[in-house]
Structure formats: structure tokens, C-alpha cells
Design a protein around this ligand. Structure first.
Ligand SMILES: *Cc1c(COP(=O)(O)O)cnc(C)c1O
Length: 343
């Protein structure tokens, strides 16, 4: 076995959903955009549906079509990008619920698919998607007449609980929606953890389901073990890898492992990255190549057959830190070449 093994613990995933659902004042949906954050849409969505999730969120209509095939008729599938030009057939046939972002989208939707369910996305300060206050004021009566399934907005700084932006967005969301008889949703994972004021009728966790920060109590879902292809002795002064980036300061044992930046192991993490064998940490040395990485295993009592990049000794977020990025990017970068095992 020369490819790395990515293990995805579906029972930990379901546990994370249940915990967030129990924490929520209303219900918890499940965000499964980007192939369920890189972990595989079909196994992830089926497991979550079995655990009780009834409301799923995707980024674009095409993902919604794939999800409808996987889940069948029952669950609600909402699309964050709304009703874009060219999406009408997909939305109708797969019975997707677009989260409409603008007056243009609202007009497109009610003209093309009168009576078809939709939600409304409001901008409360992030300036990424959604109707602004003036737009919403102009459209509100018309929109409410058509009974939206959900009114939602998204927080820009929810992973920083003390950030003043959170309270500001909450206040704007309340101003725009208080008193309306439509279910509301403001919180993703971070917002759910800010407390019940942020929950409304539906929370929309993504990363928390997959075991990533800011959900510190999440059960880890992913592990990644990379097989060792070869171990060699390297003498003082010899170099390892492209550009001679690492020079042996003493007699060394160097393992070459079978994964690289083509597998989502971001090249920039090289200088800081470690892997584990049991509780021993071993550093990456030299440049990360497309399909291979050099690791200094000098001094290990036993020659490892594989090394753990993500697992019990090192979380997704620790690995993200090696590359100055976030767990989301590590998960969604995981490549197609890993052997995937769903437990
Ligand atoms: C991605 C996304 C989510 C989920 O966010 P997490 O931080 O992964 O929980 C929720 N809502 C919207 C609008 C999103 O784009």
C-alpha cells in the first residue's frame, strides 16, 4: 500500500452533529458544501441523515443536485448562492431551496418557479452575500407574501467571541427580522458557540461536525497516515530534497513518505511540520515534493512503516498551524489519491 490512508470516523461526525443539535435552541442543520469539507459527500450526508439531520446546506446548485440523489426525497437542501442564472432547471428538478441574495434573484425565482420554496439571505455587515437593509426594506412585503422557508445571515467574526462585530451583526439581524413569522438562522459553528442569543430557529454548523476549531469539544473525525517508502542513512554534510534545502548536521536516518503537496499537504508547511509515530514527533525536512516528503527519523528505536500527519497526536488545526492556515483549508485540500476508510 503506497498511498496514504485517510480515516473518517462517521460515528464521531454524528456525535458532533448530535452535540451541536442538543446545544442549539432550535435545530441544527448540516453544512456539506465542498464535498462535505473534502471528506466525501455521500458517506457524510447519509450518516448525518441517519443521525437525524433534516436540513442540509450546500454552496451551489450542482452540489444540491448531487446531494438530492444521495438523500432522496425527504430532507431540505438549501443553496447559499441562491438562484443563479442557469440554475432554474436544477433547482426545480432536484427540489432545492435557494437562499435568495438580491432583488434580481428574487425576481428570477418568482418568475421562473412561482410557488417553489426559497429562503432569503440578508447581509448584516459581512458584505459577501445577501440583501442589504435598503434592498430588504423594498422587497420585504413581496418576499413575505411568498412565505420564505428561512431568513438567514452569516457572521464574519464568530470564531473570535469577544469581537464587537458579533453583537453588531446580531443587532442588525434583529432589526431586519424581528416580528416576522419566518424561521431565522444566523449562526454557523462559531455563532452556535457564542450562545443562545445567536441561535434563532436553526444553526448551520459545518467545521464543528468535521472536528475542527472553533468547536473545541468536537470529537476528532479525520486521521491521515502516510506510508514510509524507504529509509536511508545520510552522512554529515549530505543534503535531502529539492534545492538541497536540508543539510545533515550529523549522521542521520531519513524516511521518504508517500504523499506530497498534490495530496493536499501544503508545501508551505514544510519548515514547521511534524509527523508522529506513537507519541514521538519527527520533523519534515527539506522541501515537500509533489508526491513525497522527507522526514528525519534519526534516533527512533523502531523503523516506522507509516507516519501520522493527522490523528490522536496531532489535530487538523495543529497541522493547519504549520502552514499558517485554518483547519477548513487542510480538510478541503485533502486529495483524491488517499485511500479512504469510513468507520
Ligand atoms: C460555510 C458556511 C457555514 C458553515 O460554517 P462553519 O464555520 O464551517 O460552521 C454556514 N453558513 C454559511 C453561509 C456558510 O457559507
Amino acid at each position: 500500500m503506497a498511498t496514504a490512508t485517510l480515516r473518517i470516523d462517521l460515528s464521531a461526525l454524528c456525535n458532533n452533529w448530535r452535540s451541536l443539535n442538543a446545544l442549539a435552541q432550535g435545530k441544527a442543520g448540516a453544512v456539506v458544501k465542498a464535498d462535505a469539507y473534502g471528506l466525501g459527500l455521500a458517506p457524510v450526508a447519509k450518516a448525518l441523515a441517519r443521525a437525524g439531520a433534516r436540513s442540509f446546506f450546500v454552496a451551489v446548485a450542482e452540489e444540491g443536485v448531487a446531494l438530492r440523489r444521495i438523500l432522496g426525497k425527504g430532507p431540505q437542501i438549501s443553496v447559499f448562492s441562491g438562484h443563479m442564472a442557469g440554475d432554474t432547471g436544477l433547482i426545480r428538478d432536484a427540489r432545492l431551496t435557494p437562499m435568495l441574495n438580491s432583488i434580481d434573484q428574487m425576481l428570477r425565482h418568482v418568475e421562473a418557479l412561482p410557488g417553489h420554496p426559497f429562503g432569503v439571505q440578508l447581509d448584516t455587515g459581512m458584505n459577501r452575500l445577501g440583501m442589504e437593509e435598503a434592498e430588504w426594506t423594498a422587497l420585504r412585503e413581496v418576499a413575505l407574501d411568498q412565505r420564505p422557508t428561512l431568513i438567514m445571515s452569516h457572521l464574519a467574526c464568530a470564531d473570535a467571541p469577544d469581537h464587537a462585530m458579533n453583537a453588531r451583526q446580531l443587532q442588525v439581524f434583529r432589526q431586519m427580522t424581528d416580528g416576522l413569522k419566518v424561521p431565522r438562522s444566523l449562526a454557523a459553528t462559531g455563532g452556535t458557540l457564542l450562545g443562545p442569543d445567536y441561535h434563532f430557529d436553526m444553526v448551520r454548523p459545518g467545521i464543528g461536525l468535521y472536528g475542527g476549531l472553533p468547536y473545541v469539544d468536537a470529537r476528532p473525525v479525520v486521521s491521515l497516515d502516510i506510508p514510509v517508502i524507504q529509509i536511508r542513512d545520510v552522512a554529515v554534510g549530505e543534503t535531502v530534497g529539492y534545492a538541497n534545502a536540508w543539510v545533515a548536521r550529523g549522521p542521520s536516518r531519513v524516511a521518504t513518505i508517500s504523499a506530497g503537496y498534490a495530496d493536499g499537504i501544503i508545501r508551505a508547511m514544510g519548515p514547521r511540520a511534524h509527523l508522529h509515530t506513537g507519541s514521538s514527533a519527527v520533523p519534515v525536512i527539506g522541501r515537500i515534493s509533489m508526491d513525497m516528503i522527507g522526514v528525519d527519523v534519526t534516533g527512533l528505536a523502531q523503523e516506522p512503516e507509516q507516519l501520522e500527519l493527522i490523528g490522536p497526536h496531532q489535530s487538523v488545526d495543529t497541522v493547519a498551524g504549520f502552514a499558517d492556515t485554518i483547519g477548513y483549508e487542510i480538510l478541503t485540500s485533502l486529495g483524491a489519491r488517499h485511500k479512504r476508510i469510513y468507520a
